[in-house]
Design a protein around this ligand. Sequence first.
Ligand code: GDG
Length: 733
Amino acid sequence: MSEHFDQLLRHSPLGILCDFDGTLIPFAATPEEAVPTDPLRELVGRVSSLPNVTFVIVSGRTRDFLERNFPGISLVAEHGAFRRGQGAWEPLRDELIELAALHGRVEELIARYPNARLEQKSTGLVLHYRQLSPSEREGFVVEASSLLDSFAEKIPTFQRSESTLAFEVRPSYIRKSTAVPWVRERAGHGARLLAIGDDLTDEHMFGALEVGDEAVVVRHGDRRRTKARFEFSSPEQVVTFLREIYELRIGERARVSTLPAPVERPRNIRESVSQSLLVVSNRLPSMRSAEEGKPARVGGLVSALGPALSTRDGVWLGWNGKTIDDTEESVAVLENDFSPGLLGMDLKERWYRDYYNGFCNRVLWPLFHCFPGRVRFARKEWDAYEEVHRVFADVAVKAVDGRGTVWVHDYHLLLLAREMRARGHSGPIGHFLHIPFPPPDLFEMLPWHKEILDALLSFDLLGFHTPGFMRNFLACVGTLHPARVSDDGIEYQDRRTRTGVFPIGIFPGDYQKGETKDFQEEIDGLLRILGPARLVLGVDRLDYTKGIPERLLAFGRLLELYPEFRTKVSLVQISVPSRADVPHYAEQRQQVEEIVGRINGQYGEGHWVPVQYSYRGYQQAHLARLYRAAAVGYVTPLRDGMNLVAKEYVAAQPAEGPGVLLLSRFAGAAVELRDALLTNPYDIDGMAEDLRRALTMPLDERKDRQRKLLARVESSTAATWGEAFLSALEACR
Ligand code: GDG
């Protein structure tokens, strides 16, 4: 550690970016009281005059304050809005001059409303009107809005926002991060930088550093997440450190003794550089642990990839599920200190709206599932889709060795290989699509189909659940793209992309465990309500691809056509809330609830409810118990990549009295699970007949089918899937 710092501190040229409040001096009760002491001023002057050192104070304070206290020193004021080398102040952008003009006009307005208050912030202003009487408020709001709106219209980089009884105007681009390239340029060719700061605004500065630079955080009180690798505990340490740097560089000292201690956790993304395996998915798996510090396996994908990630000390990159304001910067933070490392990114609100809900869930999801009527295109959503790929790629190339293996998941990240290649990644990159791939006549509807095919051909390996989806993809390339398709893969511009079928599996053991009391009770309660009625079970995310209305209608049809089933069977439909802020999902929920109400209203009797519907998630152990209790696993998607519920139902069946899997022929799972009772969810009458057949199937036939199904589920698991894909990917290079 000391070697490392020693080298950095001796490096020429060296740039030092240093915050002021909380970093060079302790906090005081008011900003006015926090002023530099004479010895500090003198030290700063000496460090600034060192040859080959560019020392800059990067502060949120005004130009005036900094200039008064640090004459002759290079300064960055107001969080990056203004900077000054040896000459005059330069605004980061010219519009800051306009802001000064706005300030004058706002003061005139305030003069007419003495109870309003103008708060001048570093680079914007806030107009408070809480103290105004209701009648005054009306006039003030009209005048202030028109003033601020005409300003924001003229200078679009400024935003007007409203909070409680206040208006605010501020530019969306001002960050301390803008100081970093400025200092690097001033310091000269080959400079390395050292940035020291203590608060959130300094994190922006840390985030803009490059490999070879270093950040030191000054911590006050509570530990919080930081991008810095090193820390001091007080401004006094920073001052001593600067003094020692000065002495080191003028040759009065052999070593610096106040080296900052490394921050233990969470680690900086750079610490994970040189990992040999990177997994990227839109959403990071949640791995909350009951026991602090111990990893918990949650979700099939984590379990499937866990072993490969652990043996290679791999990292998983994805969205952490949080959104941030559009003006904030999205940074990647290593969220845990166990294996696999989870590198989490925030999504800006705009990305969540245009990329995630927009292009991913309102374009790719319905189109790839062959629901063209639900697709609607918007150029800005495609732009956001591309932008998020660039952001992911910037982080991804830092998180994995340049020749390391990268496994990308699903339709959210179809362009990632293109972006990583553009950033120099040369190791194998594979993609697995968890949803269907559409045939050419549907795929061609995408205005950006050519770009997407191009980008997919930057991967070395493309994996699909079924031969049919792979054939669709190859047909798209064959008809819509100039690449050459042969038995050996797809050749395009000196690159070869291979394709393969890798049907995903489950961990069957997870559904075969003995039952424990804590979950038995809740499910027993549910089963008690059903009474002697036999259970038909549906479990899905509430999604229009899952065929839930069709399933309900066929159940209603069964009760209508075959009254002998009334009071003898109940359908339990578990619908896990999903993408509720996409309109089609809200409509689907309404439709499902209407049908449930209709069937229950029409056929329900005193002690018998035909459909038990729940709109919530259950624990995996609860599901396993329900699967075991169900006479029919009713899995009827209109289209599905695989459908793991089908496999889980099979795994959970008791050998002596297994139930029947009634499975849509349009689920990817139907390719492997030929011994299920296959059904067509578009044909409601036919599905009602199939349901009747399932409910009346003789035990021998059920056992026979179950034996064959279980053999499939147990031979092709989540673990074999993960291994097969990774070894095929690594064989590509
Ligand atoms: C995509 C593709 C493909 C459901 N309810 C609860 C719960 N679940 C679990 C199930 C199952 C998983 O969620 C759902 O997986 P599916 O495969 O059925 O569907 P998608 O979510 O659409 O997944 C699909 C899959 O990716 C993998 O490649 O098979 O085709 O669309 O594991 O058990 N889990 C818990 N509580 C619930 O209430 N804990």
